[in-house]
Design a binder for this molecule. Structure first.
Ligand SMILES: Nc1ncnc2c1ncn2[C@@H]1O[C@H](COP(=O)(O)OP(=O)(O)OP(=O)(O)O)[C@@H](O)[C@H]1O
Length: 248
């Protein structure tokens, strides 16, 4: 039997209630363990697509499956889909709200009913994965922004997701924190989908990139190849930093 894809998006369409069409038939398959960057200009449909992955949005046509389970409206399926799709939002403070780091990381698995040694093991594992074990008893608001982002990643990892979705993971990080996070993300044994405007970060972390524009996937290829195509980038309002050149 072939292993199920981590993510299988087929012909997904979506218009917001005000009539604004955001997705016009999106297909995207991601095998388990792959890291993919989702690129595109403002308003392209990146967030709308991400919100389809865990069933926050849907119903406009097409299908989404995560680890072989199709996203559906019934409660049990939705709960399982939300466990399988871990979303790390751009602002870690949207994800951290308990008095200590350990409590924040335990929150998700505790909600699933885990207790005692099993719960402790989940928290240990997630904090170790992001290099934050020694900060377990600290208050999240006493940590640096870079540390809070790592803890936000841990709050999702403790659910043992099928796919980790990161929204602009490098934003607001200083160069050292940016590099440390990249090193962490590279070693995580999960499928990763990273929404970003930071093209060098996409190149550093993801072998494959997808460009979405006006609700359609317009390119899906090795990151190096995409970033070497300056006409393609310009057509979709994507820019490499000044002086940063990529050879295909
Ligand atoms: N709640 C909403 N109601 C109506 N239209 C919306 C809503 N949210 C987004 N849109 C529209 O849907 C389209 C896709 O937006 P989306 O936020 O998915 O783009 P994006 O690629 O994530 O952009 P950005 O890079 O700016 O975050 C845009 O035309 C946007 O104006």
């Amino acid at each position: 039997m072939t292993e199920p894809l981590s993510l299988d998006v087929r012909a997904v369409q979506y218009a917001y209630p005000d009539g604004q069409v955001a997705l016009r038939g999106v297909d995207l398959s991601v095998p388990r363990g792959e890291r993919v960057a989702l690129l595109g200009p403002n308003g392209a449909g990146k967030t709308t697509l991400v919100l389809h992955l865990n069933g926050i949005l849907g119903g406009g046509g097409g299908s989404v499956a995560v680890g072989g389970l199709t996203v559906d409206r019934d409660r049990a399926t939705l709960a399982e889909i939300r466990r399988r799709v871990g979303i790390v939002f751009q602002d870690p403070d949207d994800q951290l709200f308990l008095p200590t780091v350990g409590e924040d990381v335990a929150f998700g698995p505790a909600n699933l009913g885990l207790r005692g040694a099993e719960l402790t093991a989940r928290v240990d594992e997630a904090l170790a994965a992001v290099g934050m074990s020694e900060h377990r008893d600290r208050a999240p608001h006493h940590l640096s922004f870079g540390q809070r982002r790592r803890v936000a990643v841990a709050t999702v990892l403790s659910m043992r997701p099928e796919i980790l979705v990161l929204d602009e993971p490098s934003s607001n990080l200083d160069p050292a924190a940016r590099r440390e996070l990249a090193e962490i993300l590279r070693t995580l044994p999960v499928t990763l989908l990273m929404v970003t405007h930071d093209l060098p970060y996409a190149l550093e972390l993801c072998d494959r990139s997808v460009i979405i524009d006006a609700g359609r996937i317009v390119a899906d290829a090795p990151t190096r190849e995409l970033l070497a195509d300056s006409e393609l980038l310009a057509r979709h309002r994507l820019e490499l930093p000044y002086g940063f050149a990529v050879r295909g």
